[in-house]
Design a protein around this ligand. Structure first.
Ligand code: UT7
Length: 322
């Protein structure tokens, strides 16, 4: 049987961190650093300069991941980008990124749209491709410029998000790296977190900004994250005591604390970047994972649990041996 394992990680954040105080001053928000930190844990985020796209942020993250894996871009035969803030309507951000990486006549390249669960979806898809024997070396990326779809007059959403990219190289291996994965969606909850607009005739139709019922999202997230984490642990035939690190979607420290508590894991086993990055949607899990790896916390052989939830609603988890 063909297995797959992560052989390299990388990430990229644009510019200098923007503190809560600076964001509040720039946009004249009726908010405070104390409110944002208390309700979300977020102290700062990175924001891309105008004209910088998701593929621009993804490029250095991918180059770093490839270097860590000891691979050249030309060896990548599958490129999947999870993003809700693509460069264009089409071609896909993955196709544009493939060109920027200098991959000529490469393998498959496509985007995945599952909002903040996008990286979990993309990683699971890549694993299935590799398991089937059709592909050997995948670059799996989460990259977002969420600042482009924020309404800076809406204090309930604009303080929460940031821009960034994270990437992993996933390769065919004789021993399992990915131990179990689970993906879910329930479109009936589409309206509690959405950008309910589209382009038509050169104009935005509907609302082109992030809209959210924060409390409904909070409750839903805590419930499904604990469930899906339990699901992958059971599928792998393991128990929670075997987990070395939890790398959750970095949306809100209170959601992370609640799910960690429900799982019965100490917070010390949780990789946290939400304080400095805010919620970078599909980029948040690979960004946090790369920080954990480069920071020396996550070591080869460690058992790591990824879990994410986002608009759709979508949610999922991946349990792996690094
Ligand atoms: O990937 C998933 C992405 N989404 C999330 O993770 C969001 C999940 N939800 C949350 O994190 C929380 O619901 C929020 C942080 C968004 C809001 O916290 P909350 O404790 O649920 O606050 P709330 O929505 O109940 O609002 C309480 C008050 C309201 O004022 P009034 O009506 O009581 O006067 C809000 O208008 O807080 C106000 N408020 C703010 N005040 C200062 C909302 N945003 C802000 C703000 N600064 N930035």
């Amino acid at each position: 049987m063909i297995h797959s394992r992560i052989t390299g990680t990388g990430s990229f954040l644009p510019g200098a961190p923007v503190s809560n105080e600076t964001l509040i001053a720039i946009h004249g928000l009726d908010s405070s650093d104390a409110w944002i930190v208390e309700r979300t844990g977020i102290k700062a985020r990175h924001l891309a300069s105008p004209g910088t796209t998701a593929s621009d942020l993804a490029l250095p993250a991918c180059q770093q991941a490839l270097a860590a894996a000891g691979r050249e871009p030309g060896q990548v035969d599958l490129l999947i980008v999870a993003t809700s803030t693509p460069d264009y309507v089409f071609p896909s951000t993955a196709a544009l990124l493939q060109a920027k990486l200098g991959i000529k006549s490469g393998g498959a390249a496509f985007d995945v749209q599952a909002v903040c669960s996008g990286f979990i979806y993309a990683l699971t898809i890549a694993e299935k491709f590799i398991q089937s024997g059709s592909h050997k070396c995948a670059l799996v990326v989460g990259s977002e410029v969420f600042s482009r779809i924020l309404d800076w007059r809406d204090r309930g959403t604009c303080v929460l998000f940031g821009d960034g990219a994270g990437a992993v190289v996933l390769e065919a291996a004789p021993e399992p790296g990915i131990l179990a994965s689970a993906l879910h969606a329930d479109g009936a909850y589409n309206s509690i977190l959405s950008v309910p607009g589209h382009l038509s005739g050169g104009q935005p139709i509907g609302d082109p900004f992030v809209r959210m019922d924060g409390q409904a999202v909070f409750k839903f997230a805590v419930k499904v994250l604990a469930e899906v984490a339990g699901e992958v642990i059971a599928t792998a035939g393991m128990h929670k005591e075997q987990i070395d690190w939890l790398v959750p979607h970095q949306a809100n420290i209170r959601i992370i604390q609640s799910t960690t508590k429900k799982l019965g894991l100490p917070m010390e086993q949780c990789i946290l970047t939400v304080h400095e990055h805010g919620n970078t949607s599909a980029a948040s899990i690979p960004l946090a994972f790369d920080h954990g790896v480069r920071g020396g916390q996550i070591k080869p052989g460690n058992i790591v649990l990824f879990e994410g939830v986002g608009g759709g609603f979508t949610w999922g988890a991946v349990l792996l041996r690094f």
